[in-house]
Design a protein around this ligand. Structure first.
Ligand code: BEZ
Ligand code: FE
Length: 311
């Protein structure tokens, strides 16, 4: 029988939680304190709920280490992880102040590049024509909720080509292909050409791919076009418009699809219209007004770039 019996009691995991919370009790910044305290409480509860084993904790640490190892200028595995766990869309949805009829946010994704070339209304974002995909014409107006046009609003647009790759993942595409920034005219109108979005797999060759394999989920995103819409005096919206007839529209692996973000493309075969189009062939037409809410214009802090092709 131990000589300590009766004088020392076993430490419980709840006591460790209490100690952990005490340890951060002097955090001067209230928001930092709130976040760190909640992180301690929830992670401890999580470990208790699943009875996490030491080897599983170590596995998680190695998993995150590998997320760091595959992250580079054109790929951000931690963002991808937050996306596929639905954390990104929960954060977007609780932060958004998007009353009915206004433009709702969706996922930024790991492939945004800031600094896309500024292009005039009517420009074609595709630098390679047929090699990029089937042409699509996108037009509409940026409006306030009462229907007032917003002139000078910026649309920062990006998409993949027909092989489902963004230019910074594809050495075959020119720099900033299928990316561009344009501004609405005096009547709030915008117009540009690109290619019809296709569904594509999110990268499965890293740790996030292992998670997909283990959970037997599809990694196919429905076809979409990315937008960041911003204007002075209005809340910046990071969003996507999803092609409504895409076969993966109901199983987006990052939970970005919302009813208000469905986009219907109409196939244009009229000869006069084709003759006026840049590529003189049938094209898809999408018309969509984008409604902003009053608020603060913010930038998007993001570090992605393009790896220099290694050839
Ligand atoms: C994308 O649409 O670019 C994307 C979004 C989230 C995860 C992966 C890709
Ligand atoms: Fe995308």
């Amino acid at each position: 029988m131990s000589s300590h019996e009766g004088s020392v009691s076993v430490t419980t995991s709840d006591q460790i939680t209490e100690e952990g919370l005490k340890a951060v009790g002097n955090t001067p910044d209230p928001r930092t304190r709130q976040i760190v305290e909640a992180l301690i409480r929830h992670s401890h509860d999580f470990a208790r709920e699943v009875k996490l084993k030491p080897e599983e904790l170590l596995y998680a640490a190695e998993f995150l280490k590998r997320c760091g190892e595959v992250t580079d200028a054109s790929r951000h595995e931690f963002i991808l992880l937050a996306d596929v766990l639905g954390i990104t869309m929960v954060v977007n949805t609780i932060t958004a102040d998007a009353p009915d009829g206004t433009l709702e946010p969706s996922v930024l994704g790991p492939f945004y590049r800031s600094g896309a070339p500024e292009v005039p209304n009517g420009a074609d974002l595709s630098h390679r024509g047929d090699a990029d995909g089937v042409p699509a014409h996108v037009s509409g107006r940026v409006l306030a909720a009462d229907g007032t046009p917003i002139p000078g609003a910026e649309l920062d647009v990006w998409g993949t080509n027909a092989n489902g790759l963004y230019e910074n993942m594809d050495p075959g595409q020119p720099d900033y292909n299928l990316r561009g920034r344009l501004h609405t005219d005096e009547q709030g109108r915008f117009e540009f050409w690109t290619v019809k979005p296709v569904s594509y797999p999110i990268p499965a060759d890293g740790p996030v791919g292992e998670l997909f394999e283990a959970t037997k989920r599809t990694n196919m995103r429905p076809g979409h076009l990315h937008f960041i819409v911003s204007a002075e005096g209005y809340t910046t919206v990071v969003t996507e418009l999803y092609t409504d007839d895409d076969e993966f529209i109901d199983s987006d692996p990052v939970f970005g699809v919302k009813a208000s973000l469905l986009a219907h493309y109409e196939l244009i075969t009229d000869e006069e219209k084709i003759a006026a189009a840049p590529r003189k062939q049938p094209y898809w037409d999408l018309r969509r007004d984008l409604v902003l809410t009053p608020g603060t214009r913010t930038g998007v802090q993001f570090t992605a770039g393009r790896e220099e092709p290694s050839r």
